[in-house]
Design a protein around this ligand. Sequence first.
Ligand code: NDP
Ligand code: MG
Length: 389
Amino acid sequence: MRRVSVFGATGSIGQNTLDLIARAPQEYDVVALTGGRNIAQLAADAVALRADLAVTAHEELLDDLRAALAGSGVEAAAGQAALIEAATRPADWVMSAIVGAAGLAPGIKALEQGATLALANKESLVTAGPLLMQTARAHGATILPVDSEHSAIFQALVGEEMAAVERIIITASGGAFRDWPMERLAGATLAEASAHPNWDMGQRITIDSASMFNKALEVIETKEFFGVKPEQIEVLVHPESLVHALVGFRDGALMAHVGPPDMRHAIGYALHWPERRALPVERLDLAQIGRLSFCAPDPARYPALRLAQQVMAQGGMSGAIFNAAKERALDHFIAGRIGFLDMARVVEAVLTQMSSDLSLLNAAISLDNVGETDHLARIRADEALRGLM
Ligand code: NDP
Ligand code: MG
């Protein structure tokens, strides 16, 4: 039996992961499941899958979790320290699917105990890519990408040498507003930004898809995970979301990964790797689909992509600043305090301001330093926001 833990089990990726695990329960020994506010889901899954431990990130919800688990034999815990403790429990395979910078520390702890980390939490690579990769190397741990584009790149690279790679192209659907006239974007509402044309995902990443902040994070993720140069990474708008990424080799070949927009493909690939097993996803009928279309992203429409270039050029703590400012700007957009286009304005203001402090920018990438920078960037984002109001 493989020992597995799922961080962010109550979310969109987490639930898809549990769906695959629940199809073959005899193969898995579920160690820990973690969630946030959705105690009912967390408890129900922990009981159904006979987990050893269920953890909520929120200390004040411990009593609720205990009550929901009463008599089940599943241990209950709550809070940040409990999340870290859960990540140190021996497991062979750990899904990192907490949303946001909060996913970094548990992922690092899982790598320190040599687990295979299935990484959906892109923020880990954006905020602390070098730390994540070094920790994996130092402990003989493996990181498998779960973000669909990165899983696609990883699959296109099987049997290939990185030296033969000329470029990596990741596709973007263009999000909810790809066909909107620019003048309308400033007035886009939360409900409009939360409806993705092709993928069913958590609310935050869905809004990030509409603004292309998601793609900006993924460009940085590509650089950190595959170790390529920024100029080797391209973004291509592909409204059908069927080609997830392409790898261009020095002989001119492009290896494209085509698959249904269903995260259970990338999750299942990481769960069964290095095997490729049958998965409960749709089989594409390309004759029926007929055509696939591509175009270059419009830089005026998607300032996030330009900011990603700035982050990669600067390196150091830029990724942590960028991500934290983005998370905070997104909080404010969700709360109705700023408009859709203000998110990029806030992030750019924070990135520009904090990048001028070179001692901060070039601080060693440790969990503590990333945490402090993240904290500061959120404060700066609140200040920038007040400047907008
Ligand atoms: P969801 O919002 O659906 O789920 C997030 C999970 O994290 C939930 O379990 C939530 O708990 C938990 N959580 C929220 N805040 C905290 C916190 N501060 N500390 C600990 N746990 C917390 O997100 P997704 O599943 O959409 O995304 C998860 C990650 O995967 C993100 O990094 C995202 O970018 C990435 N990803 C997602 C894809 C998708 O298709 N959804 C595709 C590619 C990458 P609760 O809900 O109980 O409060
Ligand atoms: Mg993606």
